[in-house]
Design a protein around this ligand. Sequence first.
Ligand SMILES: Cc1ncc(COP(=O)(O)O)c(C=O)c1O
Length: 315
Amino acid sequence: MLRIPTVDLKAQYETIRGEVLSAISEVLDSQRFILGPKVDQLEREIAALCRTRHAIGCASGSDALILALAARDVRDGAKVITSPFSFFASAGSVVHAGGRPEFCDIDPRSFTLDPAQLASRLSSDVKAVVPVHLFGLCADMDPILDLCASRGIVVIEDAAQAIGASYRGSDGAGPERMAGEMGVSGCFSFFPTKNLGGFGDGGMITTSDDGLADRLRLLRVHGGRRTYHHERKDSLLLRSAGPDRSTSSITTRSVPTGGTPFASISKRRASARASITRCLSTCRNASAAWATREEISPRRSGRHGKFCLCRSTLS
Ligand SMILES: Cc1ncc(COP(=O)(O)O)c(C=O)c1O
């Protein structure tokens, strides 16, 4: 049997080796490893990509979720509804923040939170909803946002797997919006295998709420606007959440601004997906698996929508 890895980081690294080594070298020469201008630059570029006013770097996608929940006062067992079909961190972060996760099932066509089932789960004690954009495919956000807005419930997007993905637009059902732009905040991961992978852990929170951005910036450094002056007691409960400079420095070089590595890597991944799809369609068992997924995933929008099918077929 031919084994095809879903991601080949070594092959990808070979294509950007020179740039990565020079970025690492710059960081080592500067001897500044936490926050600083490289992180600021990455934050500006991610905010531009996601069309939000702010992007706040942090140590991982999990920390992004914990910080986003904490910044909206999710604690003391507050109920948070999320998807059961996700990486552990979507629900685990709710527990870390002090909330209580509850699952609402997914739509089997998209593998993302089912708005119809969500409607019957939203009671007055629900503090937040965390839809998960999976495999680069955005959850069906419009009905989720409507349901939550009418009940005063906060929506925090788990966009760890969906940087650069968009919702609507191409289907004519509404204006295009980016992952991370739709909820009060969006949480991203730069885990090395992600669409925009770093060279270590890294995360980012996007928001267009100025007050929330300020709070997040404070929470990520233990509540201290000035070194050793800690204004917020509740921040002390969080573990260190500052992004490291080397990850940011390297990731900054890969952010999707035109012909940069992120754009070309995404393009290559798309072309690999197409080739694998073609190959699988000639293989009897694999094409059977493919057909099953095609049947249940006739999905709209999302620049990376097909990834969902490919990934499911290969796993
Ligand atoms: C959907 C989802 N949420 C959150 C996370 C957590 O991100 P990190 O591994 O950077 O903490 C991941 C990472 O795999 C993820 O896939």
